[in-house]
Design a protein around this ligand. Structure first.
Ligand SMILES: Nc1ncnc2c1ncn2[C@@H]1O[C@H](COP(=O)(O)OP(=O)(O)OP(=O)(O)O)[C@@H](O)[C@H]1O
Ligand SMILES: [Mg+2]
Length: 330
């Protein structure tokens, strides 16, 4: 049986695909010789949620795009492994990837206005994955689209099926995108800053909605977020990215409350808490891709840096239930 028919039948490809739904091992991605992702390693169990946190340019969206096969060779150079339910994604053909994308792996982008097609009604756009991946008839697609719109809190869904995206508010459009992403009950949801384009007043509502649906489907999810505190609040685990590397990864509560990596500690001091008069930004910025330091990429900004930090990349160590990449954890 080939990989595709195995995926289509919902059977794990290999018997040891048991614990992890997603297994990323030493995954690197280069654009024109610049290493945008540098030996990323992480895993996700079924039903688990992971927050991918880091400042702008850390490579969070690049990793998400690689995971859904929208960034592949020859456009970029890739090394290492991305396994989803035991299937090596880096080896999949585009046609096979199309069977996974929007089906077993759902996607929510930052900006629904850009992601939805202005020329098609929202009903048609929700029906598309149902028709394509599940082979539902036109009438079954419409009935399921109504159910999905209801499940994401769209009032009077029957009346809105034939609306075009511009006829709906930003929050409603985001809900439509969530309905599309979850239409085929994906096992993994990738949500890249799913609420940052929305008004602050409805951000929490939409986040709550996504979490609620993810839990209802018992799906796993990766949330790309800027905010460490929000990530820790909504995710089981946190992976902190800096300049294309994961510097710390572990259970949310520990990463937030007792961060071990100086970068995570810096991010934590940026968290605005009620009653705190000031917040301390981390001085400096992520180095440009063509001028990355050889050793630890955070070294030029790190208050604890010593000579070795600029020379050798720190190996990832297991400490207090976490993976941390730093020469001076203590
Ligand atoms: N299409 C592209 N061509 C060239 N370089 C790119 C492209 N997209 C991203 N990059 C570079 O890759 C690096 C990682 O970018 P990425 O968008 O993945 O970061 P991010 O963590 O998602 O940031 P943000 O929080 O701003 O969304 C950055 O240095 C960025 O400039
Ligand atoms: Mg991004």
């Amino acid at each position: 049986m080939n990989q595709v028919s195995v995926l289509a039948q919902n059977i794990p490809v290999e018997s040891h695909a048991e614990a992890s739904l997603l297994e990323v091992r030493d995954f690197s991605l280069r654009r024109k010789k610049a290493t945008v992702l540098d030996r990323i390693t992480l895993s996700l169990s079924p039903g688990e949620t992971l927050g991918l946190i880091g400042e702008s340019g850390a490579g969070k969206s690049t990793l998400a795009m690689a995971l859904i096969g929208l960034l592949r060779a020859p456009e970029v150079e890739i090394e290492g492994s991305l396994r989803f339910r035991g299937t090596e994604l880096t080896a999949l053909k585009e046609a096979d990837f199309r069977r996974l994308r929007g089906n077993k792996i759902g996607l929510i982008f930052q900006d629904a206005t850009a992601a939805l097609n202005p020329c098609f009604t929202v009903g048609k756009q929700i029906a598309e994955p149902l028709r394509r991946h599940l082979g539902l008839s036109a009438s079954a697609c419409r009935a399921r689209a109504v159910e999905l719109m209801q499940s994401v809190g769209i009032p009077e869904p029957r009346l809105r099926l034939d609306a075009y995206p511009h006829e709906l508010s930003g929050g409603m459009q985001q809900r439509i995108m969530i309905a599309i992403a979850l239409a085929c009950n994906p096992e993994l949801l990738l949500a890249d800053e799913p609420t940052s384009a929305l008004d602050v007043t409805i951000q929490a509502q939409i986040m709550e909605l996504i979490l609620d649906r993810v839990r209802a489907l018992n799906s796993s999810a990766i949330f790309v977020l800027h905010d460490l505190a929000l990530g820790a609040q909504v995710c089981d685990r946190i992976a902190v990215m800096y300049a294309g590397q994961i510097v710390e990864e572990g259970p949310s509560e520990r990463v937030l409350n007792a961060p071990l990596h100086p970068y995570t500690q810096g991010l934590k001091s940026c968290v605005v808490e009620l009653g705190m008069p000031t917040l301390t930004p981390i001085p400096g910025q992520i180095p440009p891709l063509d001028a990355m330091p050889n050793g630890c990429r955070f070294a030029p900004r790190c208050p604890k840096a010593q000579a070795i930090c600029g020379e050798q990349r720190p190996e990832t160590q297991t400490r207090d239930g976490r993976q941390v990449a730093c020469w001076f954890i203590d």
